[in-house]
Design a protein around this ligand. Structure first.
Ligand code: SF4
Length: 356
């Protein structure tokens, strides 16, 4: 995929937990089922999937914000889950997670300038007061809020608050930003503004992982798209392939259909059927109950027409394999003219082993 050393390497990550129950011991849920991925410096990757697919859990594990059951995660080549407290504190200066609605949550008593100053003091202690002041002015210029230096959050609009929140995070110059549904709760026009802002403020050195259920929106910023379904990666491909008429995983195709609900301005088209993702028809929470056999999309897939394939899809797990340069796909029916097939392409696990 790239000759560069990955910034983040997740290998064979499994996350299981038991659901809480008033009447018994709960149900064993597999939130992440042998997930492997690399993130490279400077990439903007979108992690797409419906509610309950494991996106947020994966984002947290990549930053060691929650424990994993098995597998490894390396940050800058070092095993994240083996780091001691001081090493982890140092690493945490280099990554940031933006939670849903976090950007709008600002300290009510501090001015915009004071909030940015606080972030800079914490994350960039090498800067003196004059250097911090210069940084604050530059940041406010970048987010178009130079006149809000001495203003408190109560006097900012919702969009302005998110801009300040973003400036506060980017002030720390993180190597990795994981943004979990950064446009959640916004109307279509503001969503587009936020995506443009994220794009404009990104430095070439910063890696973004943007978690979203909205393929239509994130395709505006992503250079690579990873599709997660019921805890498994089913496809990982360059975003440019969305417009190349390439035959994608059947579930990705379904997401693409849902994304067609939005026109070029991000407004919802009135005439289409409700999105399977937005309306929660495919809510993965109930389906994530441990089921290691077969393809995770077997119950909904319309692709297989011959009985042998249907039988295989129900019994055997399709491996995630590289079907073209930078394109991984987990589907037995992925064979297409010009593509290698899951049966004859090298498995991702083998590729990763070679790299390690
Ligand atoms: S492996 Fe089978 S069930 Fe799964 S997406 Fe491909 S054709 Fe459909």
């Amino acid at each position: 995929m790239s000759d560069q050393q990955p910034l983040v390497e997740a290998h064979d990550v499994v996350k299981r937990f038991k659901t809480r129950s008033l009447f018994g011991s709960g149900v064993d849920v597999c939130a992440l089922d042998h997930v492997s991925l690399n993130l490279y410096p400077g990439e903007t990757v979108a992690l797409i999937g419906e509610s309950g697919s494991g996106k947020t859990t994966l984002g947290k594990i990549l930053l060691r914000l929650c424990p994993l059951t098995s597998g490894t995660v390396r940050f800058n080549g070092v095993d994240l889950f083996s780091m001691g407290a001081s090493e982890l504190r140092q690493a945490r200066r280099e990554f940031q997670m933006i939670f849903q609605n976090q950007l709008a949550n600002l300290h009510p008593r501090l001015t915009v300038g004071e909030m940015l100053d606080e972030s800079l003091r914490l994350h960039r202690p090498e800067l003196d007061q004059a250097a911090r002041q210069a940084q604050i002015e530059a940041l406010l210029g970048e987010v178009g809020l130079v006149d809000k230096l001495n203003v408190r959050p109560a006097r900012l609009s919702g969009g302005e608050r998110r801009r300040v929140g973003l400036a506060r995070i980017l002030a720390t110059r993180p190597k990795l930003v994981i943004a979990d549904e950064p446009t959640s709760g916004l109307d279509a026009a503001i969503k587009l503004q936020m995506i443009s802002l994220l794009k404009d403020l990104k430095s070439p050195e910063t890696t973004y992982l943007i978690i979203s259920h909205d393929l239509g929106l994130v395709r505006r910023i992503a250079t690579r798209i990873i599709v997660l379904l019921k805890g498994r990666i089913v496809e990982d491909f360059p975003a440019s392939r969305l417009d190349e008429g390439f035959e994608h995983h059947p579930y990705t195709q379904r997401l693409m259909h849902a994304a067609d609900l939005f026109d070029a301005n991000g407004d919802r088209r009135a005439h289409k059927a409700p999105s399977v993702v937005e309306e929660g028809f495919l809510d993965g929470r109930t389906d994530a109950i441990l089921n290691a056999e077969g393809c995770v999309y077997a119950c909904d897939c319309q692709r297989g027409s011959d009985l042998n394939l249907i039988h295989r899809c129900a019994k055997e797990r399709p491996p995630l394999v590289e079907v073209a340069l930078g394109h991984r796909l987990a589907c037995f029916a992925a064979a297409k003219e010009g593509m290698s097939t899951p049966d004859n392409a090298p498995s991702t696990d083998e590729t990763l082993k070679e790299k390690v």
